[in-house]
Design a protein. Structure first.
Length: 202
């Protein structure tokens, strides 16, 4: 699906641009990492629900991190008419995604998904946040697959005796609880017909 109105910011300016949106958590990528240098990075941010009163503050926060003013096209979230949703394509320094995720999660009542694209042999990263679950961080390879390392898989197996519990922990490591919580907001946007950019899990 393609967004009709998407903004991206970086390199000292903010521009209007159409963007293709990803499908399912496995097609996105963002991780909570410490910034490591100044090479450029890019990705997508989808805020599914935010109180109307803080939308301008969100733009200021993102703009400060990217080093350029940001203007987002906010629309009413059909599932919560008192809330707004918007999307953004961004460019900035490598690692800025982790800073954005930390700042946005600090608002507590937001629901969002943040993607940093893989580049130059470095995995991309995925953040998802809902108030009830907190923040999720996952690594994504160049093919759009969420990656679990050996330690994560071993921990899931050793910490659980029953087969069902192992599966539940593996799904959690892949972000399924967060993806499930956000899905109703994506569908509400898509079914409302106000914009085609809401991605649906597959």
């Amino acid at each position: 699906m393609r967004a009709n109105e998407v903004w991206w910011a970086g390199e000292g300016r903010a521009n209007f641009k159409g963007a293709a949106f990803y499908k399912g958590a496995a097609m996105t990528g963002l991780q909570r990492i410490v910034p490591q240098g100044i090479r450029p990075s890019n990705g997508s941010l989808f805020i599914y629900s935010a109180p109307r009163a803080v939308t301008r503050h969100i733009e200021w926060t993102i703009g400060n991190l990217l080093g350029a003013p940001v203007s987002m096209n906010w629309k009413v979230q059909p599932l919560q008419p008192s809330s707004m949703w918007s999307s953004l394509n961004w460019q900035g320094k490598y690692g800025v995604a982790s800073q954005m995720a930390s700042e946005l999660a600090g608002w507590h009542y937001l629901r969002f998904e943040l993607h940093e694209a893989p580049s130059n042999g470095v995995d991309g990263s995925l953040f998802m946040f809902v108030p009830e679950l907190g923040i999720y961080r996952g690594s994504v390879n160049s093919h759009g697959d969420l990656m679990l390392n050996e330690n994560q898989v071993t921990s899931c197996i050793r910490s659980n005796q029953r087969h069902h519990d192992v599966i539940t922990e593996l799904e959690r490591a892949l972000g399924k609880p967060w993806d499930d919580e956000l899905e109703c907001y994506r569908r509400a946007i898509a079914e409302d017909g106000s914009d085609e950019s809401a991605r649906l899990s597959v």
